[in-house]
Design a protein around this ligand. Structure first.
Ligand SMILES: Nc1ncnc2c1ncn2[C@@H]1O[C@H](COP(=O)(O)OP(=O)(O)OP(=O)(O)O)[C@@H](O)[C@H]1O
Ligand SMILES: [Mg+2]
Length: 242
């Protein structure tokens, strides 16, 4: 295969992560970031869309719960990122599915699978309208938690992820590790990045590794994830090698 036949790689905007992915995410794929609470999922996803907006791309952020609503304020206090500026410039669009006017809120009358189908339709119409190159969904659990059958869950996850492939949008989707939903979401993903913490003596260190990446080699190391006032980065050397 010549270089021009290779699928396009999309830079993540996280220094050090593209090297782990051998050049970034493949364009038009569903990339899951999973980890316990507070491991950096929201920061990773936000930095990914900010990178696109900085490059002049149209990007979209889908908010799925009350918790994820505070993203603009948190990113400002954490790193001084002015997400509103990108919104004003028309580069960043927020889609808040808890907004009652979208009629996507949970209700006893709507079956959970119908809710997901409406969500998929909404995402698809927003993609057609805004034509984003990058999408960040923070997070997916609120949508899928009510689905009881694992088989159904797999099918619905595949169905939602297929929208990104069809429209060639590169997506980052976060999932927490509660309820075992993360495993099901990981099956459907094109790549999975795992965030965590390692306790070494009295030190707490943030960690990152690439659990899978369809169609690509990756660096098979657990590396140190650094979060500072400038944002997130991955250290080039792994301290965990023998
Ligand atoms: N400027 C900063 N410098 C260092 N660490 C920071 C900074 N800003 C935020 N953090 C750390 O990042 C963590 C939050 O990361 P983030 O919100 O991305 O986690 P999360 O995985 O999305 O969590 P949740 O599952 O609760 O949504 C905070 O707990 C804080 O420790
Ligand atoms: Mg979060």
């Amino acid at each position: 295969m010549s270089d021009s036949d290779l699928p396009e790689r999309i830079g993540t905007g996280i220094p050090g992560l593209d090297e782990m992915l051998r050049g970034g995410f493949f364009a038009g794929t569903a990339n899951v970031v999973s980890g316990d609470s507070g491991t950096g999922k929201t920061i990773l996803g936000t930095q990914f869309i900010v990178e696109g907006a900085k490059n002049g791309e149209n990007v979209m952020c889908i908010i799925t719960s009350e918790e994820s609503k505070s993203i603009v304020r948190e990113m400002k206090t954490s790193f001084g990122w002015e997400l509103e500026k990108y919104v004003r410039e028309g580069k960043l669009t927020f889609v808040d599915i808890t907004d009652p006017s979208l009629r996507l809120q949970k209700s006893v009358e709507i079956a959970p699978s119908e809710l997901i189908k409406s969500f998929k339709k909404l995402v698809e119409s927003k993609i057609e309208e805004i034509k984003p190159t990058r999408i960040f969904i923070d997070s997916i659990e609120a949508l899928f938690l009510a689905i009881e059958s694992n088989y159904k869950l797999r099918t619905l996850i595949d169905d939602v992820f297929s929208v990104f492939r069809k429209h060639n949008v590169t997506s980052v989707i976060t999932v927490g590790s509660m309820y075992g939903l993360d495993e099901m979401v990981e099956y459907g993903a094109d790549s999975v990045i795992k965030l965590g913490r390692i306790i070494a003596g009295n030190n707490l260190q943030r960690s990152i590794y690439v659990m899978k990446m369809r169609g690509s080699g990756t660096i098979n190391e657990v590396r140190v994830l650094n979060i500072s006032d400038k944002g997130m980065s991955v250290l080039a050397q792994s301290p965990y090698l023998e």
